[in-house]
Design a protein around this ligand. Structure first.
Ligand SMILES: [Zn+2]
Length: 294
């Protein structure tokens, strides 16, 4: 419920019971101030504009971060009507220096990512808000470094309950563990390959260039130390994708999208109930630590 008192209360309450999506930019400071600090969770979608092969839009991560946050909020509104879920505007920012040799990739430093996430969280923390879910679909260590550093600071300075659910899910290989059997090795589908092409075929079929069907499978181990500091074209990734986009399947895309949504729903509920959150695996934490702030 947006307003705690006053004549508009019943109207707002009805709006909430109809599972209205609360968008931060549509609220006045007064309405924000009226939100119950103990019962409000903010969702911050943040991902860079980044090339996703010759067949997918540069907003692939961006659109997915926002859409899955919206779907998660709709489910939470139904399951937990006592909680206010507030969607912050989509932030088109992230670290993706490694593929800025293609037009459309806009990379900022890990520090900038950290400052934006910390700046947003601290603005909420300064007014006593306690819950923040960061929704990102971009899994690069340099991007996560900024987000996780900001989360650490928000926890220590504001005692804020903050999480980034998709990183632990993705990097702990939960996708591989849970996905339907497909008959090929999906663990090599790193970027704009089978998974993301399937996802976009499900969510935005009109944004997927039909040429995806003719793209050859290309694989590279982007976690290898030999790739550090190198850009995609230097690694022979001339088209900007890693994986097998031609295998894309909208049904898998639906499954994958819903996994993200459920991951956000579960994380928000755990965060709210003070339960232990899944964490990034050690190898990713080490990779984040080894990276310079750039
Ligand atoms: Zn992506």
């Amino acid at each position: 419920m947006v307003a705690k008192g006053g004549k508009t209360d019943t109207k707002k309450s009805n709006a909430k019971s109809a599972a209205k999506l609360i968008k931060m930019e549509e609220l006045s400071w007064k309405q924000i101030d009226d939100l119950d600090r103990d019962k409000t969770i903010f969702f911050l979608p943040i991902s860079p504009l980044e090339e996703h092969g010759p067949h997918l839009p540069v907003g692939t991560d961006l659109l997915t971060s926002r859409d899955s946050a919206i779907e998660a909020i709709k489910i939470l509104n139904k399951k937990n009507p006592d909680i206010n879920c507030v969607l912050l505007p989509l932030v088109p920012v992230g670290f993706c220096k490694f593929n800025t040799d293609f037009p459309g990739s806009i990379s900022v430093s890990s520090k900038t990512v950290r400052d934006i996430v910390y700046g947003t969280g601290s603005a909420l923390g300064n007014h006593g808000f306690k819950y923040l879910v960061i929704c990102t679909y971009h899994m690069a260590a340099g991007h996560l470094k900024g987000i996780y550093s900001a989360m650490k600071k928000l926890r220590s300075k504001y005692n804020m309950n903050v999480c980034e659910p998709w990183g632990p899910y993705f990097h702990n290989k939960e996708v591989e563990k849970r996905e339907p059997k497909l008959g090929f090795d999906t663990s090599k589908e790193c970027h704009a390959g089978f998974r993301e092409t399937s996802l976009m075929k499900y969510q935005y079929p009109y944004l997927v260039d039909e040429g995806y069907k003719n793209l050859q499978s290309i694989y590279r181990d982007l976690t290898s130390p030999r790739t550090v500091g190198k850009k995609f074209k230097e690694l022979g990734l001339k088209q900007g994708y890693v994986g097998s986009p031609a295998r894309a399947d909208a049904d898998y895309g639906r499954w994958f999208f819903n996994e993200t949504v459920n991951c956000y729903v579960e994380a928000a509920q755990k965060l709210y109930n003070g339960k232990k959150m899944p964490d990034l695996p050690r190898n990713i934490k080490n990779a984040m630590r080894a990276l310079f702030w750039q």
